[in-house]
Design a protein around this ligand. Structure first.
Ligand code: KG4
Ligand code: ZN
Length: 325
């Protein structure tokens, strides 16, 4: 079955065609990122207007690139939540109207769960896919959640962030260091200049729970930078070496807590597969540390392929196929 996925929860207007929940035939993403950059974060009004301008073209291109006729589509899937209300509205209204015009059923999909379906897209025949039950870590700019899946329809949230999401912390720390938005890739790039930082930041551990908290570490970085500015001898910008030290120490602390809690969740649930998706899953330090630790515990990690980590509609279409009765 060909499923058309539509995703407009944040600043990406995305559409994709996926066959039988696995094979991605097209994956089109248009973003208003450049317009948000000067504000240091996503402006909901700009995102919603961007979706209105792009959605028809993005959907048409996804169908054209998949080289299938609209008549061959069996289902439309759209991200219903969570996300920016105005942005979600555009995708949902478009999907409803298209479904009505083409006489197609419509399935509403949860964005966080879709991120955890991303590792199942375009499977590599040489690698074993994750098997139920498994634990999923959704780690992005909007969410940080650990979820236990018995099936795609039967799952339990084990823990989530109580304040900022991990990606949001990357974005905020980048802003403190005067780096552009989005901060994740910028911090990762800088951190590569200082692989063994002497500085140390810590994330709140929140004992005996799988919940996370990332707002404290962001404040620690802010205070550190403020102190440095107060004590500097003459007005000058922070040297790149110190910025790299801060970026690397921050990244290390976030990765440590994500690895620690994910492995602990797998052990508690006695599962051997850990599935990871979301924008922060692009981070190579996270990938390497998670794989290293998990494999030493006999747990297999399944990261989403890089093009399916950030917001996209292929993950929405793929999950929709699995949600069919
Ligand atoms: O999944 P996504 O596109 O959107 C949400 O659902 O939120 O994730 C975007 C987030 C941003 O916060 C961005 O800074 C972060 O993913 N991100 C990264 C990296 N690339 C993107 N965080 C850490 N390291 C990266 N390389
Ligand atoms: Zn997302």
């Amino acid at each position: 079955m060909y499923v058309l996925g539509i995703e407009t929860s944040c600043d990406e207007t995305a559409a994709a065609l996926v066959c039988n929940g696995k094979k991605v035939l097209s994956n089109i993403i248009s973003s208003t990122l450049a317009q948000h950059r000067k504000y240091g974060g996503v402006i909901p009004e700009i995102a919603a207007r961007g979706h209105i301008q792009a959605i028809d073209l993005v959907v048409a291109r996804a169908v054209k690139e998949a080289k299938i006729d609209f008549k061959k589509i069996g289902l439309i899937a759209v991200t219903a939540q969570p996300g920016l209300p105005g942005a979600l509205l555009v995708g949902n209204v478009f999907a409803k109207v298209l479904g009505f015009a083409l006489d197609l059923p419509l399935l509403e999909i949860d964005h966080t769960l879709a991120h955890l379906y991303a590792p199942f897209l375009d499977p590599d025949s040489r690698r074993r896919a994750a098997k139920f039950p498994f634990v999923g870590l959704a780690v992005s700019g909007g969410h940080t959640s650990l979820i236990f899946f018995k099936t795609f329809k039967q799952f339990k949230i084990l823990g989530q962030t109580l304040d900022d999401a991990a990606g949001e912390a990357f974005d905020k720390v980048a802003k403190i260091l005067n780096l552009p938005y989005p901060g994740g890739p910028e911090i990762e790039r800088l951190a590569r200049l200082q692989l063994k930082p002497k500085l140390r930041f810590n994330c709140a551990r929140l004992k005996n729970t799988f919940d996370f908290s990332f707002s404290g570490i962001k404040t620690s970085v802010l205070y550190f930078v403020r102190d440095w500015e107060k004590n500097r001898k003459r007005p000058r910008v922070m040297p790149i070496k110190l910025k790299a030290e801060i970026a690397s120490a921050f990244q290390l602390a976030v990765v440590e807590v994500l690895v620690e809690k994910s492995i602990a969740a797998c052990k508690e649930k006695k599962v051997k597969d850990l599935v990871i998706g979301g924008g922060v899953a692009v981070n190579l330090k996270l990938r390497a540390s998670m794989i290293l630790k998990a494999e030493s515990e006999g747990i297999k990690v399944h990261f989403a392929k890089i093009p399916y980590c950030l917001d996209n509609a292929a993950m929405v279409a793929g999950l929709a196929y699995q949600m069919l009765p």
